[in-house]
Design a protein around this ligand. Structure first.
Ligand code: NI
Length: 273
């Protein structure tokens, strides 16, 4: 089974004791993975972890939106110039926690989307209880964005369809395996296989049967198997298609500077509204 973890936080403290072992287990089973930053320190650590088959993102999570100023954006720009830092994220809106006021969240989100548009980097989006505003802001920028991932999707099927219609990719994490997550499974069924991604968000949200324990990237296999059932395809087909999706949205061909392939067409399609 070919598979990638499109979103994990391997730089997190939860992996301090055994990070290299966790990474070795992941790379033994997965094609590649993406270590996602959520502030400047974690984005810098993510960039430090880049190596063969390990990529990183840099961005400021809405939790920390109030801290974003022009200096932050300059530092993000520098991180995004480092090798293997392939996307801007995770960024977005979180109205559930509202650790930063909504007005600050919107400002930081807009500023980082503008940066992504300028640098032509795909974006990794965190949205919690802010569906309408997230989509409205993204639509303002979607023409300049080469790709957009709705990470750890937590909304309903109708919103998933709106995201797909806008050209986005929709990524599901381990919580889609939980018994009470029928709404999430319905959303996954509503997303065409060609727009689906799978992730762990490790160390959080371990899929069954590891629920409540530390999640690590190879657990993405369990989530992929559950999603394959929902989509009515074999695990092998699910892995192959979602891996191709991940390469396309993260523009991996560009990241490793090999000649662009047909996937560039997919990138353009992603910008269309
Ligand atoms: Ni995350």
């Amino acid at each position: 089974m070919v598979l990638v973890d499109t979103h994990c936080h391997l730089q997190a403290n939860q992996f301090q004791e055994d990070r290299e072992e966790v990474l070795a287990r992941a790379l033994a089973r997965l094609d590649w993975l993406v270590v996602v930053g959520d502030d400047l320190p974690t984005s810098s650590l993510a960039a430090d972890l880049v190596r063969d088959r390990v990529y990183a993102t840099a961005g400021i999570h809405p939790y920390h939106a109030s801290n974003v100023d022009s200096e932050t954006l300059d530092e993000l720009r520098a991180l995004l110039a480092r090798p293997g830092v392939i996307a801007l994220g995770e960024i977005g809106l979180d109205y559930f926690h509202e650790y930063s006021p909504r007005v600050d969240q919107a400002r930081a989100f807009e500023q980082q989307l503008a940066l992504a548009g300028e640098l032509r980097k795909p974006v990794v989006i965190h949205n919690r209880d802010a569906d309408a505003d997230t989509l409205a802001i993204l639509r303002n920028h979607s023409e300049r964005l080469p790709g957009c991932i709705m990470h750890c999707f937590g909304a309903d099927a109708a919103f998933a369809e709106q995201c797909v219609d806008t050209g986005f990719y929709v990524s599901f994490a381990g919580n889609v395996t939980f018994p009470k997550a029928e709404k999430l499974r319905e959303a996954a069924r509503a997303v065409p296989l060609e727009r689906l991604l799978v992730e762990t968000d490790a160390p959080y949200l371990a899929p069954l049967p590891h629920r409540g324990k530390r999640c690590e990237p190879w657990h993405v296999e369990l989530t992929a198997r559950a999603l394959a059932v929902e989509k009515g395809v074999s695990p092998d087909e699910f892995g192959a298609v979602t891996t191709a999706n991940a390469r396309r949205v993260y523009a991996l061909e560009l990241a490793v500077e090999t000649p662009p392939q047909a996937s560039l067409l997919g990138l353009q399609a992603c910008c269309e509204q």
